[in-house]
Design a protein around this ligand. Structure first.
Ligand code: FAD
Ligand code: NAI
Length: 471
């Protein structure tokens, strides 16, 4: 090992949390090193998460639309064929372009990038097993843990990324399976179910809870998107638990049980996707050589300034508390550098949007109706369906609605929930309104261009305290 060189900041992990912190630190003039073992930057998000999944979602949607949703629009096409290799290549091109882009930004901002696996030797020194062989060590006045998360395993069903896959395998299947069973109807499950169902697989989603969409999705919205996805051909088994699986035959067999006791059944599938959540990743990090604490769910314990129990070691992103989302990791990454450099920073955890990129998309920010009921908070709801919105009608895409929740006394916006085309873009307006403490009347009195889907947003706001015009 070479003599440890003291940096202002050493970051372990080059995912969204780590790379954004590194760039921000470089911009702030800190001497910074980022250690990443994957061989490319961008972490889960750029390599095997947000970006490749959205490439497959976008292109599988186009394929499906050409096949099933073009004739009545006046477009008749001949011989439509799927070229799965090319679809995967298009995905890889997007991924490579973006990961290389981060590498360029590292150079531009003077960030030292070490390709290797970092592990703590003590509170100050990190040993790095270099990807190219050999090792080195670095030490930092400040250290950030940004090692992210990994798919939670399903006990007894080993992931081989071919027949039993995690999201990573589901992003790279070599052929369209005849049948796909998805364990877990959360966001990963539903996005991947959409991709493979559109490409021709018979897809069944098995969900333990009585609603799909994972934690946080408004119940009314979850019911609405389930109906729409069912119409698209995806089968659902809700309130159903996968008990175990058997891979010894040609097909993978899943044994199912009604979640609240009752009927047992089994399901055979060519490929099974395990999408039952993700867990913090600290494997091989050597935390046992430090006083850093993790909680019972493996999350690194931090205070409000992202400090672990060792004050100069901080932690951000999926490996600590909060939603496992790329934009949450990014906000924390900027804030943690501000804490290190200036002593203050800020993330508003009440105002982090969520988007599920199915078609139509589902997006929300703030509180759901069930959250408010549970907390005993009074609220008022305004909804507006896309079937009454001129742009949605023009586009022949009228499934879905905007639902707005407001405080009945002050009219302050408490939550926005959208199922609809472009919901993921539209939620930015809801997020801004929530961040600025807008009332629904503020939104309804803001002029929205016509004809746009965003007019449904304005009319849902109107519906919370008055009547919408177009309904
Ligand atoms: P990660 O991105 O996991 O990065 C951590 C990095 O640390 C990894 O590259 C890892 O190799 C490296 N590392 C770990 N240990 C070490 C070590 N000891 N030494 C060196 N390097 C190490 N979020 C969204 O907001 N929108 C989406 O559309 C979305 N889609 C997703 C789709 C899928 C299929 C998946 C799986 C996730 C998706 N996410 C999405 C979640 C998003 O990817 C994560 O929230 C985000 O990547 C978290 O960033 P992070 O930097 O904390 O962790
Ligand atoms: P999730 O927590 O969203 O959903 C997992 C689902 O599996 C839950 O609904 C749960 O009830 C169910 N489940 C658990 N055990 C089960 C069993 N034995 N049988 C049947 N169902 C079972 O987790 P998911 O979908 O794996 O995603 C992990 C995280 O990745 C998300 O929480 C999100 O933070 C991130 N992500 C974000 C995306 C986005 O923003 N568009 C896309 C993909 C992932």
């Amino acid at each position: 090992a070479t003599e440890a060189e003291q940096k202002d900041l050493v970051i372990i992990g080059g995912g969204v949390a780590g790379y954004v912190a590194a760039i921000k630190a470089g911009q702030e003039g800190l001497k910074v090193t980022c250690i990443e073992k994957r061989g490319t930057l961008g972490g889960t998000c750029l390599n095997v998460g947000c970006i490749p999944s959205k490439s497959l979602l976008n292109n599988s949607h186009l394929y499906h639309q050409i096949l099933h949703d073009s004739k009545h629009r006046g477009i008749e096409v001949g011989d439509v064929k799927l070229n799965l290799d090319q679809l995967m290549k298009a995905k890889d091109t997007s991924v490579t372009g973006l990961t290389k882009g981060v590498e360029y930004l590292f150079k531009k901002n003077g960030v030292e990038y070490i390709k290797g696996t970092g592990s703590f030797q003590d509170d100050h020194t990190i040993k790095v097993a270099l990807n190219d062989g050999g090792e080195t060590s670095v030490s930092g006045k400040n250290i950030i843990i940004a090692t992210g998360s990994e798919a939670s395993p399903f006990p007894g069903l080993e992931i081989d990324e071919k027949r039993v896959v995690s999201s990573t395998g589901a992003l790279s299947l070599a052929k369209v399976p005849e049948s796909l069973a998805v364990i877990g109807g959360g966001i990963i499950g539903l996005e991947m179910a959409s991709v493979w169902s559109r490409l021709g697989a018979k897809v069944t989603v098995i969900e333990f809870m009585d609603q799909i969409g994972g934690p946080g999705m408004d119940t009314e919205v979850a019911k609405s998107i389930q109906k729409i996805l069912k119409k698209q051909g995806i089968n659902f088994k809700t309130s159903t638990k996968v008990v175990n699986g058997d891979t010894s035959s040609e097909k993978v067999k899943l044994n199912l049980d009604a979640a609240k006791g009752g009927k047992e059944e089994s399901l055979d599938a060519d490929v099974v996707l395990v999408a039952i959540g993700r867990r913090p990743y600290t494997g091989g990090l050597g935390l046992e050589n430090t006083s850093v604490e993790v909680d019972e769910r493996g999350r690194v314990v931090i205070d409000s300034e992202y400090r672990t129990k060792v004050p100069h070691i901080r932690c951000v992103g999926d490996v600590t508390f909060g939603p496992m989302l790329a934009h949450k990791a990014e906000e924390e990454a900027v804030a943690v550098i501000e804490y290190i450099k200036k002593g203050y920073g800020h993330v508003n955890y009440g105002c982090i949007p969520s988007v599920m990129y199915t078609f139509p998309e589902v997006a929300w920010v703030g509180q759901s109706e069930q959250d408010l009921k549970k907390a005993g908070i009074k609220y008022r709801v305004g909804t507006f369906p896309f079937s009454a919105n001129s742009r949605a009608k023009t586009n022949l895409d009228t499934d879905g609605m905007v639902k707005m929740i407001a405080d009945p006394e002050t009219d302050r916006l408490l939550g926005v929930h959208i199922v609809g085309p472009n919901a993921g873009e539209m939620i930015a307006e809801g997020t801004l309104a929530l961040e600025y403490g807008a009332s629904c009347e503020d939104i309804a009195r803001t002029c929205h261009a016509h004809p746009t889907l965003a007019e449904a947003f304005k009319e849902a706001a109107m519906a919370t305290y008055s009547k919408p015009i177009h309904m």
